[in-house]
Ligand binder design. Sequence first.
Ligand SMILES: N=CN[C@@H](CCC(=O)O)C(=O)O
Ligand SMILES: [Zn+2]
Length: 403
Amino acid sequence: MSTLITNIAELMTQDLEHRVLKNAAVVVEGERIAWLGSAADAPAADDAVDAGGRAVLPGWVDSHTHLVFAGDRTAEFEARMAGESYSAGGIAVTMNATRRASDFDLTRLAMARVSEAVSQGTTYLETKTGYGLDVEHEARSARIASTVADEVTYLGAHLVPAGADAEAYTDLVCGPMLDAVRPYVRWADVFCEEGAFTAEQSRRVLEACRAAGLGIRVHGNQLGEGPGVQLAVELGAASVDHVNYLSARDVAALAESWSGWNADSGTGVRGTVATCLPACDLSTRQPLAPGRELLDAGVQVALASNCNPGTSYTSSMAFNVATAVLQMRLSVHEAVRAATYGGALALHREVGHDADGVRAVGSLAVGHRADLHMLNAPSATHLAYRPGMPLTYAVWRAGVRAR
Ligand SMILES: N=CN[C@@H](CCC(=O)O)C(=O)O
Ligand SMILES: [Zn+2]
């Protein structure tokens, strides 16, 4: 079964050549993109969809969310808006509500959040554990996450639960808890920040998880200039996320991590993606991450929602893209790229064609996964020009119409 989507005013491919095609068409065949190019040259297909002069771009790749949780933190948000500052301690409130929730409720809540994201154009999504914080509840969160998300990250090292000894808890995260979540996860993460895990504890967690075969990522430099970025680069993490407070040395280390990467061919040794989370920055009243400076330094950047009940209760990638353009001074093309190809790079899912057994996400090219986001607008520029507007018109996820 093939579908021709034609009369596309602007097709922003985010492929390696950064092509933006006018008057374009795409053919979707099963889960893959079978053809794309000028509408005038389009081949016949079983079915046709008239885009009516709308824009099409890759579905968002949200490489950083925390969707497996119960409860909400409205009171904490209100206090913050009244002048309180964010601290990691709020995680415990969500941990308590999450532990109390039944499997059914936790699954239902996570599924509903994924549906919200997909209805806004997200077609590939990572989510984390981190609100269980004991062996039983982290394993449960990982299992539930694996049924709702494309990629699952183990974040046992999110907070040391009250009453626990930090070193003993770190041992648990590196040992029995890791064993329990291992069947469900591909990644491990650590909140390396004052009030959460020290550099030494974070290193222990990341090394143990890497030895267990997991890819690693880091929450770093969110609340102050900390060791997170340097640790992430040193250990070869796929991404370091937040990156609000960076020294010149941090930016240089991130840039250096990409020195073995050929961005034109998308080959070589991947470095550490800097993942900016602008919605979180606004909701916590932190300075926006220096996305412009990172791009100018040659760092590969991703944008993600960080959807969670504490610091960023939104899965709107369009909101993040608009903020990145309006306030971080990325161009529309750069912001959309960071929210699609950048996220895929952060998840090591940017490559893969027909013969590879896994299809690339986050960019549009023949053989890639047919993850498409059609806007009710003639160009992607409208994402920033009309911020906050409901611009998602249609979504295909792995070739299936999801909206
Ligand atoms: N910073 C650490 N973790 C989450 C927030 C978790 C929470 O407050 O519930 C984040 O990415 O912002
Ligand atoms: Zn996070």
